[in-house]
Design a protein around this ligand. Structure first.
Ligand code: PLP
Length: 417
């Protein structure tokens, strides 16, 4: 089947997300000297503003020219020494890949296998930490939002488990698909290493690995003997102090980041989290009430507000749904990865988006499912999402009623034109 070319492509993978027009325009810049006396205005501003997004006043944020995976590596190699003990849980492709990286870097990983569809097992973490009387575990890893299964874990709970065990290990959190979309509180949860990337909630192309580091982790970096060079925090700290980078930074990405931070502060972080919850609830209504399908996430406490993984009936192959959606309807849905390949497709609902954009994803997924023989009721997903969004307010009522007054003034003829 030939892919359609007319009309826009509907991008609903859970990253990269749609880049807002304002950010795209901000990125269209001529190259300039990154060692000029003016450059620090840009770099110091974004470095300082990123701290607000991580909700940290005491930590330091670093920007690497990499994807999120580079920030994972920076977090581990700057704070650990070969052979150090790491506690982690595997419940999806991204938590798996982080464990795999830690093993390949030479750390001793105690990896807890958890059913895909659940999240960080807090009780098992606490038990293991309590049993580690000699405090050999140096790092506790937690994936805040497992993008492969659409599962959000309780990071405050991981901190509580560490505290209950009175354990001094550093807390590492993968916030790649949660930062700037799901509430993340670096200081309050005493997260030591918070890993993220540019292409999700920050609404930029991939290309920046972003890392929040606590003072405690910066202290550990001085003792950590893992080999590192390009990702060495010490080089970054030295250069960043005056607003520069140890190597050539990507100017369009930094200008784009400046504008995306402007957009984030204009909407407000809390309003962004509320919008993501509200949009996610509509998508979940489409899946469970409309299509009568199930989410990969096993229970509501795991539901992710940034991505939903939808389990297709046994007789169907989710890869076919994705392919038909792409070729026939110009809709990009997220694939099922690794263990859940063919079993799930994903709708990313994060970043710069609203109800009607998501309606396109829901309608397109519904059409593609029908095309491959999955018996969902035509229109049922759209109807369920619509019912949810119409019954719940995102925009405060007062604002709606002012708009209503404006509309009434027009329709009664008291405003001409
Ligand atoms: N962690 C999570 C939760 C992710 O969703 C991703 C990418 O989708 C990564 C890590 C890896 O990030 P990147 O692809 O930017 O290297």
């Amino acid at each position: 089947m030939q892919r359609r070319v007319a009309g826009r492509n509907f991008l609903f993978v859970p990253g990269p997300t749609n880049v807002p027009d304002r950010v795209q325009r901000a990125m269209l810049v001529a190259m300039e000297d990154h060692r000029s006396s003016k450059f620090p205005e840009l770099s110091l501003g974004v470095l300082s503003d990123l701290r607000k997004v991580f909700k940290t006043t005491t930590g330091q944020v670093f920007i690497f020219p990499s994807s999120g995976t580079g920030a994972w590596e920076a977090a581990l190699t700057n704070t650990l020494s070969p052979g150090d003990k790491v506690l982690a849980a595997r419940f999806g492709q991204f938590s798996h890949l982080w464990i795999d990286m830690a093993q390949r870097l030479g750390y001793q990983v105690e990896a807890l296998d958890v059913e895909w569809g659940e999240g960080v097992p807090l009780e098992r973490y606490e038990e293991i930490l309590r049993a580690d009387k000699r405090h050999q575990i140096r790092a506790v890893l937690a994936c805040h939002n497992e993008t492969a299964t659409g599962v959000t874990s309780d990071i405050a709970g991981v901190r509580r488990a560490l505290d209950a065990a009175n354990h001094p290990a550093l807390l590492y959190v993968d916030a790649v698909s949660s930062l700037a979309s799901i509430d993340f509180r670096m200081d309050e949860w005493r997260v030591d290493l918070a890993v993220s990337g540019s292409q999700k909630g920050l609404m930029l192309p991939a290309g920046l690995g972003i890392l929040g580091v606590s003072q405690k982790a910066l202290g550990a970096a001085a003792q950590a003997s893992s080999r590192r060079c390009y990702f060495d925090l010490a080089d970054m700290i030295k250069a960043n102090a005056t607003g520069y980078f140890p190597y050539t930074p990507s100017l369009p990405m930094l200008y784009g980041l400046r504008e995306s931070l402007n957009l984030i502060f204009e909407e407000g972080l809390e309003a962004i989290f509320a919008r993501h919850r509200y949009l996610a609830e509509g998508v979940r209504a489409a899946i469970t009430k409309g299509w009568r399908l199930t989410l990969c996430a096993k229970a509501p406490r795991w539901y992710s507000d940034t991505v939903s993984a939808i389990v297709v009936p046994e007789s169907a192959n989710a890869a076919h749904v994705i392919d038909v959606a792409f070729r026939r309807y110009n809709l990009a849905l997220g694939a099922g990865l690794s263990k859940v390949a063919g079993r799930v497709f994903r709708i990313g609902h994060l970043g710069d988006l609203n109800e009607l954009m998501l309606m396109a994803a829901i309608a397109g997924a519904e059409m593609a499912m029908l095309d491959v023989g999955i018996e969902v009721t035509p229109g049922s997903g759209v109807a369920a999402a619509s019912n949810y969004w119409r019954a719940h307010d995102l925009v405060p009522r007062q604002k709606v009623s002012r708009e209503q007054q404006f509309y009434e003034a027009h329709s009664t003829g008291s405003i001409q034109g």
